[in-house]
Design a protein around this ligand. Structure first.
Ligand code: ADP
Ligand code: MG
Length: 268
């Protein structure tokens, strides 16, 4: 069952001088196993959209329906929704508060009464290239990239079906970015649904993601990656998309109708 947003609008600080409409009439359906990239300039509404998906924010207009449960429905246990949808917020490592990495990772599953599987824990550590011995370390002894990895594993630990990443690669070096990308690829292989906001889209080309582009709180593009890649340079630059050589070449091949060549580039 999908996540559905129906005519969803959200306004911050309603009825105050700081009132700000962040999202306007969003319609979206995200199905199991899909990869969605949320793109758009800073302030376009990406974080707000993600917070609506797990009921952290409730829409004033329209509905957000997670596997048949509306986040606004008072009869729905919001914990059920939060357990299904894990969010890795921006700079998640700033929220660390446990004495060891292991405690940090198992905090959320405990909260959801979920029995954490040691095998899975080790598997995730291995996936992001962190040694098992790290489990007993203090989280603040880690480098920035390692902290980000631990924060991600702490969300994966309660086995949510949908995993939302808010700009997961910001401020990371290339190697760490790559290992987060590999982790996301593996999550998709496991059948998870992944939604992430990012300006760094080139790495995801080979995964044929769906794209949702926001502009001033409204959808300015929704659809398949290849259609998105064919949009004007101006539109993509406006949305803050980072162009690297791979993305440039890929778009060039697509524009010339050389689909096989584009495919090869995407796998580079
Ligand atoms: N807590 C808040 N209070 C008031 N306005 C907010 C708050 N959070 C975000 N906004 C505003 O809502 C709009 C969308 O913000 P956000 O969802 O954070 O966008 P993005 O994640 O794309 O940068 C922006 O204009 C932002 O200034
Ligand atoms: Mg944001």
């Amino acid at each position: 069952m999908p996540i559905i947003l129906q005519n969803t609008s959200f306004t911050y600080a309603i009825n105050t001088p700081f009132q700000k409409k962040a999202l306007e009439n969003i319609n979206l359906e995200i199905n199991k196993g899909e990869l969605w990239l949320l793109v758009g300039h800073t302030g376009s509404g990406k974080t707000t959209l993600m917070s609506l998906m797990n009921g952290l924010l409730l829409p004033q207009e329209g509905n957000v329906i997670v596997e048949g449960m509306s986040t606004k429905d008072k009869k729905v246990n919001i914990k059920e929704i939060r357990k299904k949808i894990g969010i890795v917020f921006q700079y998640p490592e700033s929220q660390f508060f446990q004495p060891t990495i292991k405690d940090e990772i198992i905090f959320a599953p405990k909260n959801f009464n979920y029995e954490i599987n040691e095998e899975m824990l080790k598997y995730y550590l291995e996936l992001v290239n962190l040694p098992e011995s790290y489990l007993e370390k203090n989280p603040f002894e880690l480098s920035g990239g390692e902290m980000r990895k631990v924060a991600i594993i702490s969300v994966l630990s309660y086995n949510p079906d949908y995993i939302i990443f808010d700009e997961p690669t910001v401020g990371l070096d290339y190697t760490t970015k790559k290992s987060i990308f590999n982790l996301i690829k593996e999550l998709l292989n496991l059948g998870k649904t992944v939604i992430l906001s990012t300006h760094w889209i080139n790495e995801f080309v080979s995964l044929k993601p769906n794209i949702l582009m926001l502009k001033n709180g409204e959808i300015s593009f929704k659809g398949e990656f290849d259609d998105f890649a064919l949009l004007d340079d101006k539109v993509l630059l406006e949305a803050g998309i980072v162009f690297d050589e791979k993305l440039k070449l890929y778009r060039c091949a697509l524009k010339k109708g050389k689909i096989d060549f584009a495919q090869k580039i995407s796998l580079l």
